[in-house]
Design a protein around this ligand. Structure first.
Ligand code: SF4
Length: 258
């Protein structure tokens, strides 16, 4: 009934697990979710910090962040993008303040002038257990044992351990570790999530057990997706998350259609 997609990404796997119907509407019906304030905030912060780490070590200062943020704000027309959002959370000034706060909170987590990164925005296109996966690693450093430390900036809230397990929180980075090993033969020792808005760093050792759980999730999701494609049945997973789902809002989700 539906042709399974050529490839998946860690985030599309997450979407399918959270709600197969949401995956279907997005991927097969091609109804895209509009950008949000928080998505723009995350992208702008990522962009500035990527440029910061492109500077020589001694030039990575808060003043440099200010300068880069100003340059990229204009060059990439961020004001127009924020003003074009369907829904806003605040003014342009609020956006700038929130973005700058996230950026400078990086200094609470590490000293950029003393941090070595080997790759940024590294594209990976590979197969894990026969499942083609595509993704971009925010930051990658190679440690003394020639293993990778994979890290990712987050501008959202730190997940509540009561509602999200460690395996779920780190799934994206565990998938990247599997992809890196599959494509370049580089093992990963550690995963880091840098929650900039809360100056919090979550770390996880990329142990064989953790990697094996993530591998199982990838394989199982692919099997379930293939099955849904052949039967045409994409389950509506009705949870509290529906209250934030665009497809409920625009009245096209079958579970909420009025
Ligand atoms: S509203 Fe809920 S059930 Fe419907 S697509 Fe969104 S997440 Fe799935």
């Amino acid at each position: 009934m539906f042709t399974p997609p050529d490839y998946l990404s860690p985030s599309s796997i997450r979407t399918f697990i959270d709600c197969p119907q949401k995956f279907k509407i997005n991927r097969f019906d091609k109804v895209k979710e509009p950008s949000t304030w928080h998505m723009h905030l995350g992208t702008f912060v990522h962009e500035v910090l990527e440029h910061l780490y492109g500077l020589p070590h001694e030039e990575r200062t808060v003043d440099a962040v200010k300068t880069l943020a100003g340059q990229l704000w204009t060059a990439n027309e961020w004001e127009q993008k924020v003003l074009a959002l369907e829904e806003t959370v605040g003014s342009i000034k609020d956006f700038k303040v929130a973005a700058f706060t996230n950026m400078v909170n990086l200094w609470d987590l590490e000293e950029p002038a003393e941090t070595d990164l080997d790759e940024m925005e590294l594209k990976l296109d590979t197969e894990v257990e026969g499942v083609r996966l595509l993704g971009f690693i925010d930051r990658l450093a190679i440690d003394d044992e020639q293993s990778a430390i994979i890290s990712d900036y987050k501008t959202g809230k730190v997940p509540n351990a009561q509602y999200k397990t460690e395996d779920e929180t780190f799934f994206q980075l565990l998938a990247y570790a599997l992809m890196l090993e599959a494509s370049d033969g580089v093992p990963t020792s550690k995963l880091e999530l840098l929650y900039l808005s809360h100056s919090t760093k979550l770390e996880l050792a990329a142990t064989p057990v953790k990697l094996s759980i993530a591998k199982g999730t990838i394989v199982e999701t692919k099997e379930n997706l293939d099955k849904a494609c052949s039967t045409g049945e994409f389950h509506c997973n009705v949870t509290n998350l529906c209250n934030w789902c665009h497809y409920k809002k625009i009245n096209i989700c079958p579970a909420h259609k009025q």
